[in-house]
Unconditional design. Structure first.
Ligand code: TYM
Length: 330
């Protein structure tokens, strides 16, 4: 069985972009592999945030993950800051990470240009991400396409640490695992679907809101009138169909788009019905879990204990290889 690790920031909203790009895949993988999934609160604080709401957002994200189908009996689900070894390994890996590689990361450049004063934590963000995965010697990392550059750097960090310190213990080089919806665009059809851009459909949205949001959503820009044939390959609504509709419907959608048999609104209505059918049980499970916050924090505490047992073993190896004096050493 391969070891799988992935993380999600407690951004306040689980939306269909990160659901189709990552979380849905996590739910499937927990039946096949040895999986750890983390709500990465230490990553979330690298950008402006409100300390008064972070802990609630962390719980909300965990609720979303459990409601989506993660099962604490099958996967280790935990909060990153509950396992302090993440921050420790982050520091140790900083010492083998080239500064130039960090400065080249497109996510860093994008986020840095949006703020006046850039915290060092934002630059070191991908090193913490490397620590997350390497701490558990995970080999598979199910993510959306926007994380591929971070994955490449993670492999580079593993290689550098291995060539400098390995002695019977090496970090495996993790591979990204992409889903079919590896890049879901926002409803504007312009940029990646993202909470910070306000172009999302949330996972817990009501059936009415789902339809209201889908109606004006961007489709193939070349399809101007109802009679114009469309190209599903460049249509974000088609990408979302692939996440929510069964294979025969997807074929029908593609055919009716190319032949102008359906207008975009007809296509969206079919999508709305399939999305509502898939998301309603998730929304209902989330409502039930929100009524029992203690159950959720108990599950997270149990997850952190299991994660920490693995993390401690790795850190023992890493500290020794790096020459740090052990507390128990004579
Ligand atoms: P985050 O919190 O931004 O997103 C969580 C996951 O959802 C994917 N995703 C998308 N996929 C397709 N289309 C979209 N519009 C879309 N939006 C989000 C992301 O690719 C991601 O897989 N740095 C990471 C969190 C992280 C992590 C890790 C991931 C921290 N440590 C270790 C993997 C391994 C992030 O900000 O994801």
């Amino acid at each position: 069985m391969a070891r799988v690790f992935s993380g999600i920031q407690p951004s306040g909203e689980l939306h269909i972009g990160n659901y189709l790009g990552a979380v849905e895949n996590w739910v499937r993988l927990q039946h096949q592999h040895d999986c750890l999934f983390s709500v990465v609160d230490l990553h979330a604080i690298t950008q402006a945030y409100d300390p008064a709401t972070l802990s609630q957002r962390t719980i909300d994200m965990a609720v979303g993950l459990f409601a989506s189908g993660l099962d604490s009996e099958r996967a280790i689900v935990f909060v990153q800051s509950h396992v302090p070894e993440h921050a420790e390994l982050n520091w140790l890996l900083n010492t083998v990470t080239p500064l130039g590689e960090l400065e080249r990361q497109t996510q860093f450049k994008d986020k840095a240009q949006r703020q006046e004063s850039v915290p060092a934590g934002l630059l070191n963000y991908p090193v913490l991400q490397a620590a997350d995965v390497l701490l558990y010697e995970a080999t598979l990392v199910p993510v959306g396409e926007d994380q591929l550059q971070h994955l490449e750097l993670m492999r580079e960090i593993a290689r550098r640490w291995n060539s400098r310190f390995a002695d019977g213990f090496t970090f495996p080089e993790p591979q990204a695992l992409l889903s079919t919806a590896k890049r879901v665009l926002g409803l504007d059809g312009q940029a990646k679907m993202s909470k910070s851009l306000g172009n999302t459909i949330g996972l817990f949205e009501s059936p009415e809101t789902i339809w209201e949001k889908l109606k004006p959503a961007a489709t193939d820009p070349a399809r101007v009138t109802r009679k114009d044939p469309g190209n599903p390959d460049v249509c974000n609504i088609f990408t979302i169909h692939q996440g929510f509709s069964p294979p025969d419907t997807i074929k029908l959608v593609a055919h009716n788009c190319r032949t102008a048999g359906w207008g975009c609104l007809d296509c969206k209505r079919v999508l709305a019905d399939n999305m509502i059918a898939a998301l309603t049980p998730i929304r209902e499970r989330a409502e039930a879990l929100r009524a029992k916050p203690r159950t959720v924090t108990d599950l997270l505490r149990g997850g952190a204990a299991k994660a920490r047992a693995i993390a401690r073993r790795t850190m023992g190896q890493v500290r020794r290889r790096m020459g740090l004096l052990g507390e128990a050493d004579g």
